[in-house]
Design a protein around this ligand. Structure first.
Ligand code: PMP
Length: 356
């Protein structure tokens, strides 16, 4: 039975990438060593890091005025690293509170002494995302957004049109939707959704925004990591290798614009079913709907659980929503084949026939 993995992360990876890893694993480039064993100071690693970085630059059209870093510590460490590196001028930042992970980022920023952390709450009826005010504050180091809210299934599909430096958590929809890198001072994203195995975090940051300073740890200092090609200390060698394979896979697919079309089609199929369903529903306003993590529910928790269990029996796994919201969540990351989404919709239809 084919298994379709709808996990929110670590999530599905392209079969071609997994197969390539299997082939490469015992001896990387005929070195007689596994990629898991090679030194991060060896040309083998330096080459793969440079190639992965270049491929990501190509995919996202990242100019030389930005550093591209492959770091450890997950998205969570970036909640602290971002303000430490970027809130150096005014010591004042503003966060859009769009859900679970932006709350975590706000909490982390508030722990930094002397940092004024302002929060934009969602006070608009009928909206699931805080509206970004167009008024400009000249004294702000950055405005922070979570582009895609993995748990709530909501997305800022475009950078807000404000003349303000932007720092964004793009963990769950990096490379899934075309954003213009030049709109942002900083983008970070954990790898475990659209890039590869957990353990590596991409940071894309405007070099001109980085100042010389002494942080509590040098591994958090983007300037140092940039100068050392992300190898200030031992980098996540295997993860960067695997990420590199995914970047090649995506390039072969046609790049971000091509995968975006597929992602749009898959999400449209699912939302179309949900909007016409008598049993399942999604409550996110159209413009705010995530194409990456659509969420839905029935009117009964017991029925939700029954559906999740039944789908699992048929190879549709990890459909449970995050514990804080319940219901169902479908993570349609780049590697999710359209066949998986079609099978899910069939499953939903069958369930509706017997439970409607
Ligand atoms: N931000 C977002 C949007 C996420 O979805 C996640 C993880 N699911 C994180 C941050 C936290 O990432 P990590 O677990 O790698 O620290």
């Amino acid at each position: 039975m084919t298994v379709y993995n709808f996990s929110a992360g670590p999530g599905v990876m392209p079969t071609e990438v997994i197969n390539q890893i299997r082939e490469d694993l015992p001896s990387y480039k005929n070195s007689g060593m596994s990629v898991m064993e090679i030194s991060h100071r060896s040309p083998l690693y330096e080459d793969l890091e440079l190639e992965a970085e270049q491929d990501l630059r190509d995919l996202m059209h990242i100019g030389d005025d930005y550093a591209v870093l492959f770091l450890q510590g997950g998205g969570t460490l970036q909640f602290t690293s971002v303000p430490l590196n970027l809130a150096t001028n005014y010591h004042k930042v503003r966060y859009a509170n769009s859900g679970y992970f932006s709350k975590k980022a706000i909490e982390a920023a508030k722990r930094i002494q002397g940092l004024d952390v302002q929060v934009i709450e969602n006070d608009e009826v009928g909206s699931k995302l805080p509206t970004i005010p167009t008024t400009i504050d000249d004294q702000l180091d950055y405005l922070y957004l979570t582009t895609n809210n993995t748990i709530e299934g909501t997305t800022y599909h475009q950078a807000p049109n404000v003349n303000q430096p932007l720092a964004v958590d793009m963990s769950s929809n990096i490379l899934a939707e075309p954003y213009n890198v030049n709109d942002f001072d900083l983008i970070f994203a954990g790898a475990q959704k659209n890039i590869g195995p957990a353990g590596m975090t991409v940071v894309i940051v405007k070099r001109g925004k980085l100042v010389e300073q002494q942080l509590l740890s040098d591994v958090m200092d983007y300037r140092i990591e940039d100068a050392k090609h992300s190898s200030f200390n031992t980098p996540p060698v295997f993860n960067t290798y695997a990420a590199g394979l995914t970047f090649k896979w995506l390039k072969k697919f046609g790049g971000v614009d091509a995968i975006y079309q597929q992602n749009l089609e898959q999400a449209a199929m699912l939302y179309d079913f949900l909007d016409n369903s008598k049993v399942f529903h999604n409550d996110v306003p159209l413009a705010e709907r995530s194409i990456t993590n659509p969420v839905f529910k029935t009117d009964s928790k017991a029925l939700d659980q029954e559906f999740i269990a039944q789908a699992k029996e048929h190879g549709l796994v990890n459909l449970g929503g995050h514990r804080i919201v319940g219901g169902m969540r479908t993570s349609l990351y780049n590697a999710m084949p359209t066949a998986g989404v079609k099978k899910l919709i069939e499953e939903l239809k069958q369930f509706e026939l017997t439970h409607g």
